[in-house]
Structure formats: structure tokens, C-alpha cells
Write a protein that binds this ligand. Structure first.
Ligand SMILES: [Cu+2]
Ligand SMILES: [Zn+2]
Length: 173
């Protein structure tokens, strides 16, 4: 194997992007049923799309083998992490979908989170939106995996954590 193929030019220089300042971020907090969930989702605009870096702590996890949990993860169109008795994050509304697509082609449909002893880390690229378009929208974590088939939201169950995407101005501490 030609070593230069393995070490070849990267389309996005991941480390330099992540070392920089995100243009927006959401602080994630669990709802009443999952107060231990906390984390950050950062959004970096690149020429290829938005690089999303999620770090979430305190996710439900199982001690048993073959039971690691997977959580649906989306940007929803609503602008507040509030709700009612039935759904504490009802105000986050449905998946962010400015183009009228079906699930899982909504702009806000994201790769699900895989927990590792309650911690999830995910870095991925999406060109379905720009950072500016999702500022003010909500990031939602669900208690079930997204099946990427069922309409309108992949049968991903209850919303267990939420954060509003805020623009970051100036430098991060
Ligand atoms: Cu969702
Ligand atoms: Zn969707």
C-alpha cells in the first residue's frame, strides 16, 4: 500500500477547524427525567458544510453487553427548550425541515449518538444547513435510536435533553 494514499491530503483539516472558534454552540441539559445529562454541541462553518462536534455526559447506559444505548439526535425547528407535563420539550417542535423533505432527509436529521459508559462524542459533517440557519433552533436528544424510516421523526421516542443553538461572538474562554 502506497503510504501517500493513507496520509493523503485531507478535504477538511479537522484539527485546525476544531482548534478554532465555533460560530455557534448549544449547551445541552437533560429534562426532569434525566437531570444528569449535560453537554455541548459546537458548530463550525467550513467550505464543505458544517462540522458538528457533540460531547454529551450523563446519558442513560446499561451495564449489560449488547445493550449499549443509541439516542436519536436532531435539530428541531422550535426555538425554546420548554414544554408541558406530557412533553417537557414540546416547544422544540418537529425536525428542522425548511425544504419540506421526508425524514431522514430533514435538514435537522443528524447521526445518532452512541453512548460509552454514558458519554457520547460525535464529530460529523453536514451540508444540509449553514451555521447561521440553525442559530436559535434547538438540539434534541431522544431516548431511542432513530430508525431512519418511520415518519415523521424516525420513531425515536421521548425528548430527554435539549439545548438552544446560540451564536458565539468573540473568543471562547
Ligand atoms: Cu428529535
Ligand atoms: Zn427528521
Amino acid at each position: 500500500m502506497n503510504q501517500s494514499l493513507l496520509c493523503g491530503h485531507a478535504k477538511i483539516h479537522l484539527l485546525s477547524v476544531l482548534r478554532g472558534r465555533p460560530q455557534a454552540a448549544a449547551r445541552i441539559a437533560g429534562g426532569e427525567s434525566h437531570p444528569e445529562i449535560s453537554g455541548t454541541v459546537r458548530f463550525y462553518q467550513t467550505d464543505e458544510g458544517v462540522l458538528v462536534w457533540a460531547e454529551i455526559n450523563g446519558l442513560p447506559h446499561s451495564e449489560f453487553p449488547c445493550r449499549e444505548q443509541i439516542f436519536g439526535f436532531h435539530i428541531h425547528k422550535g426555538t425554546a427548550c420548554a414544554g408541558n407535563m406530557d412533553d417537557p420539550f414540546a416547544d422544540a417542535m418537529s425536525h428542522y425541515d425548511p425544504s419540506g423533505c421526508e425524514h431522514p432527509h430533514h435538514a435537522g436529521d443528524l447521526p445518532p449518538l452512541f453512548e460509552n459508559n454514558g458519554f457520547a462524542l460525535s464529530v460529523f459533517l453536514t451540508n444540509r444547513f449553514s451555521v447561521g440557519e440553525v442559530v436559535g433552533r434547538t438540539v434534541i436528544i431522544h431516548d431511542h435510536p432513530d430508525d431512519f424510516t418511520t415518519q415523521p421523526s424516525g420513531n425515536s421516542g421521548t425528548k430527554i435533553a435539549c439545548g438552544v443553538v446560540r451564536r458565539i461572538i468573540g473568543s471562547c474562554p
